[in-house]
Design a protein around this ligand. Sequence first.
Ligand SMILES: Nc1ncnc2c1ncn2[C@@H]1O[C@H](COP(=O)(O)OP(=O)(O)O)[C@@H](O)[C@H]1O
Ligand SMILES: [Mg+2]
Length: 490
Amino acid sequence: MVEEVSVGHFIWLTAAGGDDGRPLEDFAVRTLQLLCSHCKVEQDKTCLIQEQEAIVDHISDGLLVIERDGVVRYMNSTAGRLLNLVPAQSIGKRFADLLDFTPIIQPIFESGVGYVDRELIIDSPGRHLHLVDTAIPIKNARGEVVSIVNTFRGIQRVRKIADKLQGNHARYTFDSLIGKSEALRVAVDAARKAARGFANVLLNGESGVGKEVFAQAIHNASERADGPFIAINCAALPRDLIESELFGYTSGSFTGARKEGRPGKFESATGGTIFLDEISELPLDVQAKLLRVLQEREVVRIGDTRGIPVDVRIISACNRDLRDMIRERLFREDLFYRCNVIGITIPALRERPDDIPVLANHFLSKSAALLNKPTFRFSPGLVQKMCRHAWPGNVRELENCVERMVNLCEGDEITEEDFPEFDQRKDVPAVAAGALPMSLREAERTVIEAVLRECRFNITESARRLGISKPTLYSKIREHEISMERGLRQ
Ligand SMILES: Nc1ncnc2c1ncn2[C@@H]1O[C@H](COP(=O)(O)OP(=O)(O)O)[C@@H](O)[C@H]1O
Ligand SMILES: [Mg+2]
């Protein structure tokens, strides 16, 4: 090409140089200039290639180009790191000789159809890989696949993104815990100690005392603060979905399962904390599986045989006495000891009345700020009345109650009249007109039987309507000797 151009220039130079009569010198100069500019183009090209290589090498995804014969044409350093291979030593070799598993991309050479973001779990004797992979076939003019461009990332990174988007993070810290009572301080001190270690924690306390706030605060003060915090309410999960929610499933493992399978909450919580709220409501067979996960530190998805390592700290919460449940054979003793390495009891609000005014004022300023009414205050009589109230719903009830009062009150001062709950709590529910007087025990039996019948003996639904847990319902059924056979005859 240089020659061609040079010849062209020579002709032009000869013609143009006519008068000066120095065409040869001019030619030499111009040729040199051309050569130099050609070198510059080559240099620029090399620079561009180097720059592109550096870009591809530094992208955060693994990149792998595989040719038709299975030979690795290109591997960037991220791919090398994820696959535990040295790119320079791998390029030019057959993929099958580098890894002890068959790549699943081979069929793409025939089908010409790639895939996007497919989850890959490779559990070969030599390595455990868990990736999200995209494979794009590159075709020639005849439409044949000549190579496949594979881009992939480690599951940890994908989980991090998912956590961010799903909001799987804990917002409460120990600073969020309001209260000045000695009883609360003892619980907070124990929780702070627990946060420093790795042991599983069991939080015990009535509903609304702040168990979830404690769990989040422990997570945020622990070394796992950057990892996910995933909360699961064991009582709220439908019985037949609980296992797949916790442990995940593979494709087609049960009717209704998504085609490509799904990770469970344990996998998603890896590197962080899982909060098992109302752990007492876990069915016994799921308790056995949970125990296995805790012992083996890996989960096996439903329909799979491969174990996936999980590194999760478990904080469980419970508002029932698990020791009683162990005696009634409703909770596994071995699981209890695994979960209760550090047990913390959060006292009910009525057991720490010192916290009531502080918490009430805290919620008052929160609600008042939202409503732009900063002058709101409680009358001294109201504060006294609140301190005498039993707060069966604990801090949650107090928070809701303050919010309602702030919303309803018209003046600046909220008084006793704005707090009707105190008196209402003492009311006994009216007996239905015409109902025969009966003992409390009889009444309980009648109500349970009626609800069971209404719910066609569906335990989950009946327990929900009765406002009690399933194990409690079971023990009431036994206690009252209610026959469940009626459900079959109906
Ligand atoms: N000590 C506390 N300081 C501030 N807010 C609290 C405190 N304890 C509980 N809360 C609030 O009370 C509500 C119920 O707390 P939660 O942790 O969900 O209770 P539990 O899990 O025990 O049922 C939440 O809105 C929480 O923010
Ligand atoms: Mg809760």
